[in-house]
Design a protein around this ligand. Sequence first.
Ligand code: NAD
Ligand code: TYD
Length: 363
Amino acid sequence: MSTQIRTYLVTGGAGFIGSNYIGYMFEKYGDAIRIINLDVLTYAGNLGNLKDVEHNKNYIFKKVDICDRDAVGAIFAEYDIDRVVHFAAESHVDRSIKDPEIFVRTNVLGTFVMLNCAKQAWENADGSFKADKRFLHVSTDEVYGSLEEEGTYFYEHTPYDPHSPYSASKAGSDMMVKAYMDTYRFPANITNCSNNYGPFQFPEKLIPLMINNALQGKKLPVYGDGKNVRDWLYVGDHVKAIDMVQEKGRLFETYNIGGHNEKENIEIIQIILETLRDMLPDSDVRKAHLKDELITYVEDRKGHDRRYAIAPDKIKAEVGWEPEIMFKEGIRKTIQWFFEHEDWMANVTSGDYQKYYTEMYEK
Ligand code: NAD
Ligand code: TYD
């Protein structure tokens, strides 16, 4: 029997989507894979997201900055990496408006370092690449800009038109991946996904922020007129799509990922309030907080993109991926998860989780 196991290098695996991906992959493949999680643990990285896998003998954590070419190169030298799944990024638009420089560093330079280290490790003397090596770059639909009219969608051929420093830096990283594919025939794919929601999402993003605030009776801040549209996908459907693209996608291709679930922000907030009212028992004191009056219109985000909507036709046709969790079910699962993980939310919002790393790895 073959003892060969496939080795994944996952960057940003302590973040929201990366930690969901690692959990999904071990559940699906068990001992047939080994995962090295490379994460520098910024405010968004939380090893508490990985408690279910941290004792798995095939899971390895490396506290490394993707911009550190020596440290990344050392990991490629130490392990025979078969797959790179590159999530690590600065990911929050509001932060990018306040402090764009770190977005350029992490998202553009960091992606370049990852590409270059993988290329050096995987390239043969004649410029071809070792068999069965693949790099998947996880990107966003925000690189395509903003759609004004209903019925229009982002396709893989839609020209890039990013507006925020976040989306511009992700566009820059996508372009570098494309350059490596076009110039060196570097074995990669890019996926551009719509807005995710689900367990372990940091409460600075719309959905977890609204759930957390509503439960505490805090104001629900709606930017502008609340009519900006996002196309929401349950994180479990995203991580499944990423795995399917690595297994079945054609190399060098881009795949858009989305579930045709477009909703105005105000609609999302109303659904959250209604679902919380429905799910909380009458005996729960928090139920009294859940008033529509919590909804508070605030100053709009600078350069706020109006509408995102993905056409997922290509990934459906070529890879056979379909979203499985519809929004009504996904939002209930997400709220249930937050009910069951109040300690997670308390740690994340107090910054206590930073201590977790010291406890686990430095003592
Ligand atoms: P996140 O902010 O929750 O997690 C990012 C992770 O990257 C954190 O664990 C952080 O510690 C790590 N990281 C940041 N800088 C690093 C560095 N220099 N070196 C090593 N690790 C570093 O982000 P997320 O929401 O999980 O998004 C993951 C990826 O998916 C990003 O590339 C993002 O652009 C993309 N994406 C996100 C969404 C979404 O809705 N959240 C949608 C589409 C695409
Ligand atoms: P966000 O979750 O930050 O994702 P992105 O900006 O990457 O799409 O925001 C989703 C939408 O919700 C976006 O249109 C901005 C809006 N929003 C609010 O109205 N209030 C808030 O407090 C936040 C965080 C976002």
